[in-house]
Design a protein around this ligand. Structure first.
Ligand code: SF4
Ligand code: SF4
Length: 431
């Protein structure tokens, strides 16, 4: 028995090897390889648990072929949570084999230390023209050097000023009309992509909240939620980052913690309580923060007057469900209700309605070709929908969709749902 994997045994034994997961797995659909589907991964882990297969780099590589998209769990008659198994196996592999030098540099030096992380991104922002070249479409940038990223991968550039910088310099967006008497007070947790790349999304979130009589506070000492570190198996750093954010968020005087990032929402709601359930001084904090956390769309739809003051926006739009929002948090109807509530907007569904876009954060960087092939299927759906815009609640999904849409030269906009609401309220022009 391999003791590194013994904590996964209860989940491993649930698999009855029926193969139902094959129909749902985006990786299996592309590779046709049994070892990449849930059943194959469980079989490999069962063999490793019994000591028949070593916990070696080959097993690590097999475990890396998972988007953690959770598409296999709803179709599984035994409810095997393959994403949990894969995360557990990756952390066991890191404990046994260590991290690669590149991940050690990024996770243990960069992400672990907030100051270094911010400084690194600041330098990246200043040097962005050296490192990246603008795409001719004007929609993003391409890496000039390999940088461990596919050089044909369209990226959102680092913003010249982070959301935190803008917030600080504008003294909390004081030029945006704030409600005279706020009905509620929320703390904004932006996540790294909104903070450093999609700053306009962060601004739209603040404007929409204020437009609805909500006071927004922004805890500037928040840090990356730790999802990239956790899913890559570096539990030590993930726990440290979770504790930092819990210390920041727990003490705030706020009714809710609102985030425009599906993965951050999942981390705050589910991963932190799971990571810290056996750490007495943090377990209660994690539960309290989890209970207060709301996705942006989940929160806005509860506000009594959100439909007041919306101006018509003509056009056909479609909605892409982020895996961490739909399957991770069960949030499917809320964003659709918001979109259907905007006068003049016609919502068409993608076919299939739910399918991973292939981004999965660092998966798109470590497996660029596979990520692109999975993404191309989603772009087929977008193209067939005839929509003029695709809206989502996850910046990583939007970057992946933008990449595919730009490669095909489609005239389709990509927008966070906060940006579309902001546009309809007519608040988008405010600073
Ligand atoms: S659907 Fe579930 S039980 Fe069936 S093979 Fe896949 S993981 Fe195992
Ligand atoms: S989580 Fe997604 S990628 Fe991973 S095995 Fe399940 S369906 Fe496949």
């Amino acid at each position: 028995m391999n003791s590194d994997l013994s904590h996964l045994e209860n989940e491993i034994v649930k698999c009855i090897r029926c193969g139902a997961c094959q129909s749902a797995c985006p990786v299996f659909r592309e590779t046709g390889n049994e070892s990449s589907v849930a059943r194959g991964k469980v079989r490999l882990l069962r063999s490793a648990l019994q000591g028949e297969t070593p916990l070696n780099p080959e097993l690590s590589e097999r475990m890396s072929l998972c988007l953690m998209c959770k598409a296999c769990t709803p179709v599984c008659p035994s409810g095997v949570k393959t994403d949990r198994l894969v995360a557990g196996a990756r952390s066991a592999a890191v404990a046994h084999l260590g991290l690669s030098w590149r991940k050690r540099l990024v996770f243990r030096l960069g992400l672990k230390h907030r100051g270094i992380f911010r400084w690194g991104l600041k330098m990246g922002s200043l040097g962005r023209t050296l490192l990246f070249r603008p795409h001719p479409s004007g929609h993003g940038v391409l890496p000039r050097l390999p940088l461990g990223i596919g050089r044909r991968r369209l990226l959102q550039p680092l913003a010249p000023h982070s959301f935190a910088d803008v917030w600080r310099k504008s003294k909390g967006f004081k030029t945006v009309p704030a409600p005279k008497t706020a009905d509620a007070r929320v703390a904004l947790f932006t996540g790294c992509m909104v903070n450093y790349m999609y700053v306009d999304t962060g601004k739209a979130v603040v404007r929409v909240l204020r437009r609805n009589g909500v006071e927004v506070i922004y805890p500037e000492d928040q840090h990356c939620c730790g999802t990239p570190v956790r899913v890559n198996g570096d539990l030590e750093t993930a726990v440290m980052m979770a504790k930092h954010n819990l210390d920041v968020l727990y003490r705030l005087d706020a009714d809710f913690i609102v985030t425009p990032c599906a993965s951050c929402g999942l981390a705050l709601k589910q991963d932190y309580p799971e990571l810290l359930k056996n750490t007495p001084e943090y377990a209660a904090k994690a539960e309290a923060v989890s209970g207060k956390t709301r996705d942006f769309a989940e929160y806005i739809i509860t506000l009594p007057h959100w439909q007041q003051g919306l101006n018509p926006l003509a056009g056909v739009i479609t909605y892409h469900d982020p895996c961490h929002l739909a399957r991770g948090q069960g949030i499917r109807q809320e964003p659709r209700s918001l979109l259907q509530g905007i006068p003049g907007v016609s919502l068409v569904e993608l076919s299939p309605i739910e399918q991973c876009c292939g981004s999965a954060g660092s998966f798109s960087l470590s497996h660029p070709d596979l990520s692109r092939r999975i993404g191309d299927r989603r772009i087929d759906s977008v193209e067939q929908s005839g929509a003029a815009a695709v809206v989502s609640g996850c910046s990583a999904c939007l970057m992946q969709l933008r990449d595919g849409i730009t490669r095909r030269s489609l005239k389709v906009e990509t927008l966070h749902i906060a940006e579309l609401l902001d546009r309809s309220y007519g608040t988008a022009a405010e600073q």
